[in-house]
Write a protein that binds this ligand. Structure first.
Ligand SMILES: *Cc1c(COP(=O)(O)O)cnc(C)c1O
Length: 388
């Protein structure tokens, strides 16, 4: 099949059963037909499910669907997005290696690079996307990986994937792109030369705030190395979560269309709104990298960031006056969500680090859900009025 929507719905593991919806395989291990088959499977002469830490029909379903969507050859499903970020780095790098990364990263990814990997002698440097020319100077003889997130959480910085693919190619770097915010429906980093694409499937791939999950996708040879690592360290995705996420893939295109449509309407409302200092949305012409966003993304995504006039006290009043939109730290859910990154998801960064990536005390992240946009706007308008 050729179209995104069709593949996401129709790809599923063939079983001998007659169920129309794919079955849930709650089994830790799988029975061998013979002693010889067991030997051959362990020797990797033949493929097959052995033990659910290595593979399971439900995670294989999910991987096949997301690989088709991303245009990648192979993949690994992990228990969370962070297990995917950790696994993609830990499996490919070793002591003495260096990572060049974009500065605006998910909070826990920042912790990995600055506090976890240095313990094992893997160091990193951040580059600023306002100055690509400077990245050559940030390279070290031991730089092995270019790790990027675009659009970034929560700054919504857009990194030029065409530049990234060429830069990584020219310097022999492994290019890893966290594609969580865009999803493969809006952007496929592998097409621009990413060697690995990582996901927090917890967000848009689940889409209903139910389960955690992660994905590492990419070229066969690299995924083989990642597979060795995950097989023996054990961050496997549970069959139930894989089953949920595989079902969710069936509606990803439909949901993303509506998330983006709603978010664009809400962003346009904010643009003309007197209570705001700034509004940031990749598909608003006022976004600093608007031209790039429309070049490499199909639509602007479901996340908007804004800063309110009146700073932190106003922000807290605004959040508390919202009646429908949930105050929680997830995103990509069918329900609209408001988050205050400086005091929650990015609170472990120092004030200086937050300032460098534009996470001010007044910044709000809004994950625009699938409710009717008029109801979302009404809730926002009401809370803005009430928080004055
Ligand atoms: C949430 C998130 C992660 C971490 O994923 P978990 O599933 O929460 O472990 C990584 N990267 C980005 C961009 C995220 O938004």
């Amino acid at each position: 099949m050729s179209h995104f929507e069709t593949d996401a719905i129709r790809i599923q593991q063939r079983s001998n059963q007659r169920e129309h919806s794919s079955a849930l395989y709650l089994s830790s291990s799988f029975v061998f037909e013979s002693a010889e088959q067991a030997r051959a499977m362990f020797a990797e002469e033949i493929q097959g499910n052995i033990y659910s830490r290595y593979s399971n029909p439900n995670s294989s379903d999910l991987i096949e669907k997301v690989c088709r969507a991303e245009g990648t050859a192979d993949g690994i499903a992990t228990s969370s997005g962070m297990a995917a970020m950790f696994g993609s780095i830990a499996s490919l790098l070793q002591q003495g290696d260096h990572i060049l990364a974009s500065r605006s990263l998910f909070g826990s990814t920042h912790q990995l690079l600055t506090r976890v990997f240095p313990k094992w002698g893997i160091t990193s440097t951040y580059g600023d996307i306002s100055d690509y020319k400077n990245w050559e100077q940030l390279l070290q003889p031991n730089t092995k990986m270019l790790f990027l997130e675009t659009p970034s959480n929560p700054g919504l910085e857009i990194i030029d994937l065409d530049w990234a693919g060429k830069f990584a190619g020219a310097h022999g770097l492994i290019l890893v792109v966290d594609n969580c915010f865009a999803t493969p429906y809006l952007q496929q980093p592998a097409k621009w030369g990413a060697h690995l694409v990582t996901h927090s499937a917890t967000k848009y791939i689940d889409g209903q705030g139910r389960v955690l999950g992660g994905l590492i996708l990419g070229k066969k040879e690299l995924i083989e190395e990642v597979r060795f690592f995950t097989r023996h360290t054990g961050p496997s995705l549970s069959p139930f979560n894989a089953w949920i996420l595989s079902k969710s893939m069936e509606t990803l295109a439909l949901r993303m269309d509506r998330h983006c449509e709603n978010a664009e309407k809400v962003a346009r409302y904010f643009e003309g709104c007197p209570h705001l200092d700034t509004v940031n949305y990749p598909f608003l012409p006022s976004h600093l990298q608007y031209d790039l966003a429309i070049k490499q993304m199909k639509a602007g995504g479901g996340i908007i960031t804004l800063t309110l006039k009146g700073g932190l006290p106003r922000v807290q009043r605004f959040i508390d006056r919202l009646q429908m939109i949930s105050n929680t730290t997830n995103l990509g859910d069918s329900r609209s969500i408001v988050t205050h990154p400086a005091s929650t998801t990015h609170s472990k960064l120092s004030a200086e680090e937050r300032q460098k990536v534009g996470i001010t005390d007044g910044l709000i992240r809004l994950s625009v859900g699938l409710e009717h946009y008029e109801d979302i706007l009404q809730d926002v308008e009401h809370a803005l009025e009430q928080s004055k």
